[in-house]
Ligand binder design. Structure first.
Ligand code: ATP
Ligand code: MG
Length: 695
């Protein structure tokens, strides 16, 4: 038989005439940025001014200019953002653009570390720990060094993890961070360092890499070895970064290292939208860019293309209260349109009913559900709405605040896979040993010690002799591990099969633990479905650790892009997106801004920027709602009379149309004594849709 011929896939070509006419599709400033030649470029501009669009055109321009697509690196905040941008670039320059390397800093670091890590003393098969795992490992160090007995007086594992992570990401000394954020623990400064040293040693011994290490190791490879810097920096001719305001100093170091040879770096961002300081991001990073990269060209954009004028009036006013900012007020040519609504509801139920009714109304008027979003400060704030949407059979997906992978039962099952993948993964061993009947802390530690002294050989756990009450569980686990280890021949859906095997042991434990195990069992079914989409265990575990699914649909593997479905999102996860109609619910002081963030001026300023991000997502309709009363067991008071968010001050309110909801069938009442002349509220429409009706 003759050898099979390979028929290569053809690059999609772009129809003549369909190519980008930069002058028609971009304004002069955007076009200048998109076609900028070599050297550092900063685009700093407000929301909706076309920063992301310009970046897409710049990618297209570079490819047009002859830069090989695979020598372009596009760094974004989420994987989804990179995919969307590259899909848009593909429409401009064809399939060639698919070879652009796009992704998050962490995913890119991971890819590079698998390849170059071995040249830098890192073993190739390391396991990535997510933040929860890092905290657990920190706890092990804390306990092992004997701090557990100090109880509350000593920093908790989360505090230790926070200080550590902040230290790595910002470069501030441990001492400064403790003094600033945890003054009560200053006397323990030396202990912090001891624990961090132990944590670092443990990671090395167990072949674990945490999120911060991913970035740090990437930076260090570039900084500490000229050879690696040449090889890694030499991979790309151009580096482009979206949402630069949310990067930190470690990421700035990485970019510096990547661009030593050519300085071809483009960053875009808006200091007024910087919302990740809790992860060590610092909006000064974007202001300092011209200092970091000498000779940088700066482009500013002032025309907003997203929102109507009435919406922009509100968002401009809101952000004009910021203590400091670089970007200016925006203008738009989108005159007319409805004034944003400020809706006062009696309580959460009424808020929910209003939101659902108004969504249906917008939908009936022709707005697809996927063009509508409901935003909130924190994931739990949409609970009531989710129930109502489900009851009324309105499809929705939720972004941010999704805790699927953090759910205990999902982590439990993953722990089994992880010890097969990396037998030295102490955190996972500890987690799963504690699950087993008859095994407590002491036995778990003894088992781990005995495996450690046997150099974590695969049979080591089998040779550990457990106390009598744990014998049955020990035997069951040993036989499960043997089954898992024996299935080494790759076959389709191998990982799903492994999960099925794990569940033969684990489902009973789960049934034992929870009164209502069904939803959790359903989660595990779902995990199996996801796993079936991955070629092997290592890829599956890395993908889950690195790119936790954003939306429930990501979990099922497919995207609901074609399906018409409403989006519920935390304000954080709405960054960079836009919708025809945006609702912001729970605009209540203490909720948004979150009470937790109000102890410092910086905290309050960041909440303001977050509110700005949320409200600037709207194209044509913006509706802000707040309930007057809330049962707030969450805040440990029984019943409270809530106040409108402090960011909705008089100046902002004056640009909005105030709406109070009537009860039952009565019409909604406009409570403003002097309604603005431009008011366009349709009271009859409100009456028709019976806001506040109990049905
Ligand atoms: P954000 O700060 O929220 O990330 P951004 O500055 O990245 O916003 P884009 O998302 O790129 O803004 O653009 C906002 C909207 O304006 C998009 O729908 C985009 O297609 C549109 N837009 C931007 N520039 C132009 C232009 N020159 N002509 C027509 N539409 C434009
Ligand atoms: Mg953008």
């Amino acid at each position: 038989m003759s050898e099979a011929i390979i028929y290569p896939a053809r690059d999609r070509t772009v129809e003549p005439g369909q190519t980008r006419d930069f002058a028609a599709e971009l304004n002069a400033e955007q076009a200048k940025a998109a076609t900028h030649g070599d050297g550092p470029l900063l685009i700093i501009a407000g929301a909706g001014t076309g920063k992301t669009r310009t970046l897409v055109y710049r990618v297209a321009h570079l490819i047009d200019r002859g830069v090989p697509a695979d020598r372009i690196l596009l760094l974004t905040f989420t994987r989804r953002a990179a995919q969307e941008m590259l899909a848009r670039a593909e429409r401009l320059v064809g399939g060639n653009s698919r070879r652009v390397h796009g992704g998050t800093f962490h995913a890119t670091a991971h890819r590079l570390l698998r390849k170059y890590g071995p040249s830098a003393g890192l073993s190739k098969d390391f396991t990535i720990m997510d933040q929860g795992d890092s905290t657990d490992l920190m706890q092990l160090s804390r306990a092992q060094l004997g701090y557990a007995s100090m109880g509350k007086r000593f920093p908790k594992k989360e505090t230790l993890q926070y200080v550590y992570s902040r230290h790595i990401n910002t470069g501030f000394s441990v001492e400064d961070i403790v003094r600033d954020d945890y003054g009560q623990f200053v006397e323990y400064l030396e202990d912090f360092t001891k624990i961090f040293a132990d944590y670092t040693k443990r990671k090395q011994e167990r072949n674990l890499v945490d999120y911060d290490d991913l970035l740090l190791f990437w930076a260090l490879m570039l900084e500490a070895s000229p050879e690696l810097r040449d090889r890694i920096g030499g991979l790309y001719d151009h580096v482009l970064v979206d949402e630069y305001q949310d990067t930190n100093t470690l990421q700035a170091r990485i970019l510096k290292g990547m661009c030593v040879r050519h300085s071809n770096i483009t960053v875009v961002g808006d200091d007024a939208q910087s919302i990740y300081s809790f992860r060590g991001a610092n909006f000064r990073n974007i202001l300092d860019f011209p200092k970091q990269f000498a000779g940088a060209t700066t482009v500013t954009l002032e025309q907003n293309y997203r929102s109507t004028k009435p919406i922009l009036d509100v968002t401009n006013t809101l952000i004009s209260r910021a203590a400091e900012r670089f970007t200016k007020n925006l203008r738009t040519e989108r005159e007319g349109g409805e004034q944003p609504w400020l809706v006062c509801a009696r309580d959460e139920q009424q808020q929910t009913r209003f939101v659902v009714d108004r969504i249906l109304e917008l939908h009936e008027e022709g707005t697809p559900l996927r063009e509508i979003a409901v935003l909130f400060r924190a994931g739990y704030m949409s609970a009531d709405l989710e129930i109502e949407l489900t009851n009324r059979k309105i499809p929705f997906e939720k972004w941010g605040g999704l805790k699927f992978l953090e759910a205990a039962h999902v982590k439990d099952v993953l722990a089994f896979l992880r010890i097969i993948e990396n037998p030295r993964d102490e955190v996972s061993w500890y987690r799963l040993l504690l699950l087993l009947p008859g095994i407590g802390d002491a036995t778990a530690r003894a088992a781990i010690d005995s495996m450690a002294s046997a150099a974590w050989q695969s049979g080591a756990f089998g040779r550990f002799s457990p106390p009598p009450r744990a014998r049955a569980a020990h035997g069951a686990l040993v036989s499960l591990l043997e089954t898992l280890r024996s299935g080494q021949t790759p076959e389709d859906a191998q990982v799903a099969l492994e999960i099925a095997n794990v569940r033969r042991l684990y489902d009973d434990i789960l049934r034992e633990r929870y009164d209502k195990p069904e939803p959790r069992l359903a989660d595990l079914d779902q995990l199996q479905v996801i796993a079936a989409g991955y070629p092997d265990r290592a890829t599956f575990l890395s993908a889950l650790a690195l790119e936790p699914p954003q939306a429930s649909q990501d979990l099922a593997g497919g995207s609901k892009e074609d399906e018409d479905c409403l989006v519920l999102s935390t304000a954080h996860s709405s960054k960079g997106k836009e919708w025809d109609a945006v609702f912001l619910i729970w605009a209540v002081d203490g909720w948004f801004p979150s009470a937790r963030c109000l102890n410092s001026d910086e905290g309050t300023e960041e909440e303001r920027r977050l509110m700005y991000v949320a409200l600037t997502r709207a194209r044509n309709h913006l509706l802000v709602t707040y309930p007057l009363n809330a049962y707030s067991t969450r805040r440990s008071s029984d019943y409270s009379l809530d106040q409108l968010s402090r960011f909705m001050d008089k100046g902002v309110r004056d640009k909005m149309q105030r709406v109070a909801l009537g009860s039952g069938d009565s019409p909604a009442v406009n409570v403003d004594t002097a309604p603005p002349a431009a008011q366009v509220l349709d009271l009859r429409a409100l009456l028709r849709s019976k806001f506040g009706a109990t049905s």
